[in-house]
Structure formats: C-alpha cells, structure tokens
Design a protein around this ligand. Sequence first.
Ligand code: RIB
Length: 335
Amino acid sequence: MAGTIRDVAREAGVSQATAARALAGYGYVSPATRHRVRKAATSIGYRPNVVARSLVSGATKTIGVVVGDIENPFFAGAARGIADVLERDGYTLLLANSDEDLGRERRAVEALRARQVDGLAVVPSSGDDGAHLAAILREGRPVVLLDRPIAGLAVDAVLVDNRAGAERAVHHLASLGHRRIGLVGDSPGIVSTGERIDGYRTALAAAGAPVDDALVSLGGSTIDEGHRLARALLDRPDRPSALFTVNNFMTAGALGAIRELNLRIPEDVALVGFDDLDWTTLVDPPITVVAQPVAELGRAVAERLLERLRGDLGPPQELRLRTRLVVRGSCGGRA
Ligand code: RIB
C-alpha cells in the first residue's frame, strides 16, 4: 500500500509538518531537507492525498474552467492555452461544459467551487448577470472571464476586439462591391456575438450599404442552426451577395447551405467568417476569416489567475486582444 505522510516523515527523519511543507512546496524548508523528504517519498511510493493536503495548505492546486461547448475547437484551443500555463505552475485544470446554458453554467461553477478549486475561468452564457460569480469572488477565490465580459461585474476578463474584427470583415466585403451583406449568427445575448453584430451594422452604415434587419438571421449556436439560418437568407429571391458569419459553427453551417444550393463561392455568394480553424484552408476556395489569437487568449487567462493567486489585489483588468482579417478566396478578394 502507498505510504502516508507519516511514513515519509519517519523515513526522512523530520516532523510531519516539515514533510508536508517540503512535498507541497509551501513555507520554508532547507534545500537539503527538501531533497531528503522527496527521496524518502519516492522510496516508499508516497502519493499525496489532495483533499488532506488542501485541508493543511488551503490549496488544491486545481483551477476550474467552464466553457460554452467542449466540442467547439475554439474553446478547446483556449482551454489548451490555459492548461499549458497552469501546469507549469503545478496546477491541474478541471474542465466543465455549459452548452451556452446559464443554468448549466451555474451548476458547473457550483460543482467546481464545492471541489475547492483555487480559481475559476468562465465563459459567460447568454443572460449571465454574474451574481453567482460575485459570490465566488467574495470568498476570495479569483475568477477570470474568457471571451465575453459581464456588464456591471467588476472582474478580470480576457476578450478580443469583436466589434473591430467584424467591422474589418464587412468593410472588406463592401470594398469588393457587395451592398447586400447578410449576417448569420447565434444569440446576441452571447456578448461576443452581440459585439460582432454591432460591428457588422457599423461597417454597413460606414459603407453606405443598407442596414436591413431582414438580412440578419439569428438563432441557436449549433452548426445545424447555422445551416438553417443561412438557408433563410439564401432562399430569398433577393438573396444577399455576401454572408458574414459570427463564429466557426455559423461558418460551417453556412458553407453546408451554400453547397446544398449548388451556389458558387465567391461568384454567387461571398463568405467571411469569424474564427479561423484548421478546416477553413482545406475547403475550396479557402475561407476568408477573422482570426482570433485563441491560444494566447487561454494563456492570458491563466497568467491573470496566477497573478491573483500570488496575491495581486489590484483592480480588475479587461484585456482585449486584437483579431486579424485573413483574406482568402471565399470573398473574391486577393489573398
Ligand atoms: O463558437 C465559438 C465562438 O463563440 C467564438 O467565436 C468565441 O469567440 C465565442 O464567442
């Protein structure tokens, strides 16, 4: 049977408290003693009891992450960026899925809090007022928002320039002569989507193109929904000559609709989508996208959490990373 902390202490000839400090990496222990304790732990096959250790140090060295959809490559990439930074500091990431549903988000946050995670990264669902996260903050547990802010909640957040990214995409389509540009999107209650719709409308107005709500097709967050919403625009007799899709699943759905109607890209309909993914360069023509620095977003969330865990009590920071328009063949522009 694996040894206990008592066995390690006896083997190393130190007190249990010294052995605990040496193994958990907190408090003072001389290098020689730390080496002796760790050698003893290895020799007897000691495996730390995380729950018991957390009762002593108050830390579980775990971070909870709640994302909108664990199947979505965007969230997977961001979670990877978070994990890479946290694991360098000895933290383990516990991942939970909200399916863009506030009730599920709340339950996931509560489950992670009950497991005494040392901090939380959360992608807020539509309609999230942050009350449950404020309670976590009051307990002294750091929370950092990823991808979407929560109006009125004083909390760290790592985001991108959604409005500017959408403006650049639509401005590019307008510069190619498109006047009727449709938008395919999920709920504007998802703040990042709402910001992109704002950017779309701002760019249309700036280009003197019609800002027509009949060209804005909104619904759920799945690829099937993106397909249905794009068909609603493309089935119109006066269909738009270009589509702007607000995220990767909307882009995938719209692409399926365009193919289903045997429409040519960009001759019959130009396409620009938010989010770059591996497959956007594998289709013909490759898709013009607004690329987000996904891994960098995750790394920035983890760095902010670690700053808080190291005692930073400063005011909340909102970090907005810059997106990039990547011109490819789907909009008719020159790459
Ligand atoms: O589906 C993922 C999308 O939703 C990404 O664009 C991300 O920004 C999130 O808002």
